[in-house]
Write a protein that binds this ligand. Sequence first.
Ligand code: BES
Ligand code: MN
Ligand code: ZN
Length: 497
Amino acid sequence: MPGAVKIAFAPFAAPAKGVLVVFTDEQLRLGEASRAALGRAGDLLARAGKAERFAGKMGSSLDLVAPAHLKAARLIFIGTGKDEPKSSDFIKLGGIAMGKIPPSASEATILADLPGGAMSPEQVSEIALGATLRAYSFDRYKTKRKEGEEEPAKAKVTIGVADAAAARRAWQRRNATGEGVTLARDLVNEPPNVLYPEEFARRASALKKTGVAVEVLDVKAMRRLGMNALLGVGRGSARQSRLVVMRWNGGKRGQPPLAFIGKGVTFDTGGISIKPAAGMEDMKGDMAGAACVVGLMHALAARKAKVNAIGAIGLVENMPSGEAQRPGDIVTSMSGQTIEIINTDAEGRLVLADVLHYVNTRFKPKLMINLATLTGAILVALGNEHAGMFSNDETLAERLTKAGQETAEKVWRMPLAPEYDKLIDSKFADVKNTGGRNAGSITAAQFLQRFVDKTPWAHLDIAGTSMGSPQSDVNRSWGSGWGVRLLDRLVAENYEN
Ligand code: BES
Ligand code: MN
Ligand code: ZN
C-alpha cells in the first residue's frame, strides 16, 4: 500500500471488506477485542500458524487470503514477540503492519489490540505514525509507472480502538510530528538543482502558515555580521548563501528558548578539495541537519508545543570555482576567532561555527543542539544505527540518550577532551578546520565547541542516520527525516511547561 494514507479511527470491529490486521504474541494469543472481532475466524490462527510455522515472533507475519468466517478479503496476523512491546515498538508495529498490506488494497483495518489488552491512545497514535511513515515515498520526479503499476490511490487505513475520540486527540498531536518527519524527508530527497539555498529558505518560510516567525538573512546581512566562515564556504557557488532563523514562541514570555541549529549544505562537492565522483550525488543530502530543524519547527508549531524554540539553519552550496575559497586561506569568523582552511571539504563546521555563535549571542538560549551530516568518520564508527552525540552537558546528554531509546532514533555518546582539541591548533591562525585522519568526528566536534562557550550544547553527527540508511520498518525512502521524532520527544518530555 504505497503512497499517502488516510488514517481513521473506529471502535473495534471486523471490517466488511479489505484487509484486516491483528496482533498476536509468541503463544499465539489474541486480545479480547481481537477475539470478539474475529469470532470463529480466530481459530484459523492456531491451524494456519502451525501449517506455516508462524510463531508470533516480533515483526513476523501470517497472511491468510479469503479467510473463512470473515468478510475481509485478507487476514494478516503480526507477531509482537514474547514480551509486551516496549514504547519504541509501537511505531515499528505500525510500520510493519503497513508493509504487509498489499499495494492493491485500498482499504485496511488494523486492530490496536494486544493479548494484554487494548492499546492506549498514545500507543495507538504511534501505530498510526508508523503506518503513515512507512507509506511515505518520494516520487515527485517520476513521470512513468512500471508496467502493471497502478496510480497509488490514497488508501484508507482504519485503526480499531477502544476509544475513538481519545485516539483522534492523541493522533492530532502525533500527526504534527509525522508531518515534520515528512517535510524533512522531502527536503533531503529533493535534487540539488531544485533545492539550493534560496529555494530552501523559501520552503522554510512556508512555516509562517503554522505560526512560526521566519527571518531570512541574505549575504549582505551576513557580511555585516562578520560571518566570514559561513560565507567563505558559499563563495565558489553561483547560488547565494542564506541564514534562516525560525522562532516558535509557545512558552512563557521571556523564557530563554531552546535553540536547534542545522547544517544546510545543499550540495557538497568538497570545493577545491574536491570529492571523488563515486557517490557524490549523495551530497545533495548534506542539508539533512537543516531539514530536521525545519521539520522539528513545523512539528512544535503544529502541535502548539508549550515551549520557546529557535531554529537556525546555515544554507550554502560548496562548489569549486575561480571564486572559491582555497586550502591555506584564513577567514575571521563572527566570533572573532581566525580559522585556517586546510581542507575545503571540511565545510560544515565552518558554516556551523558562525550560526552557533550568532544564535548563542543573539538569543542567549537555554541550550543549543546542532545537527549535521558532518563527517564520513561517524559512519566508520557507528554505521547507520546511532548518530554520534557530543555534549558539554551531562543532563542534556542523558535526556537525549533516553529520548533516543524511546523513539528508536538512537544516539551514542562520543568523547570531547582537551587532548583532541589540541589537534586543531593552527600554525597560522587560532584554529584549523581539520585535525588529520584519526578521530575525525571528534576533532570536528572539538572545532564546533570552540564556538559554543558555556551554553549547554549537544552536537549530533547524523551523516550515518539521515540518508541512504538501510530501510527500516518505518522508512523506505532515501532521506529518513532522522531527528525530528527524537527532538520532538526530547522537548515534550523535558522542556514544555
Ligand atoms: N558532508 C561531508 C560528510 C559526509 C560524508 C556526510 C559522507 C555524509 C556522508 C563533510 O562535509 C565532509 O566532507 N567531511 C569530510 C571531512 C574531512 C575533509 C576532514 C570527511 O568526512 O571526509
Ligand atoms: Mn564536505
Ligand atoms: Zn559536507
